[in-house]
Design a protein. Structure first.
Length: 197
């Protein structure tokens, strides 16, 4: 009897794992299949996340931080994006943020219950974050995905140049000082040579 239990336990575990696999595979966890669903194809994406995570509550900010880090962007503070960069659409799939979009552009988009099979029928909709590399500036981006209900523009245009470190400023000042000192000595030497002649 003991040998039978030892044999049946692993068989039962394997059978239950195989039975659970199709159900888990029914809901996609990545948004890769939707990269071409825009007027300009997205180059990368992060998501899908169940429900609407485009808000300022702590758990949504944690999700946004994780999703944006996967796209190489550092999330700073929700107040940087709300309300100026948050937009709700009328379900037409047109995202117009009232500014020109160019260069590396990251948009988080929430799709409501009407999104259907686009992301595996996630109940209550889902949210994904898309990276676009816009060589040509655009006024808006359109998606063919159903049920779009809101978006946040996190980045557009080339990131501002980094502010020089204090050590860099110090080196620049020393360099300018050295140039000034050299120029002064050169002028002085020429004046002395002219007097001697």
């Amino acid at each position: 009897m003991m040998k039978m239990v030892r044999f049946l336990a692993p068989v039962a575990l394997a059978a239950s794992a195989m039975a659970a696999t199709p159900a888990a595979a029914a809901v996609p966890t990545t948004c890769d299949a939707n990269l071409g669903s825009f007027s300009v194809a997205a180059s990368d994406c992060s998501g899908w996340y169940a429900g609407n995570v485009l808000s300022g509550n702590a758990s949504d900010i944690a999700t946004q931080t994780e999703a944006l880090a996967a796209l190489g962007y550092t999330f700073t503070s929700w107040s940087d994006y709300d309300p100026d960069f948050k937009i709700d659409t009328d379900g037409s799939g047109i995202f117009d943020f009232g500014q020109v979009l160019s260069g590396p552009t990251i948009i988080g988009i929430h799709f409501g219950k009407g999104m259907g099979g686009a992301v595996g029928n996630l109940k209550g909709g889902g949210t994904a974050f898309f990276l676009f590399d816009l060589g040509t500036p655009l006024d808006s981006i359109t998606t063919a995905l159903k049920g779009s209900s809101g978006a946040v523009l996190y980045q557009t245009g080339n990131p501002p140049p980094a502010v020089p470190e204090p050590g860099t400023w110090a080196m620049m000042l020393i360099g300018f000082g050295a140039i000034g000192f050299t120029m002064r000595n050169t002028r002085r030497r020429k004046a002395l040579l002219a007097q001697a002649a």
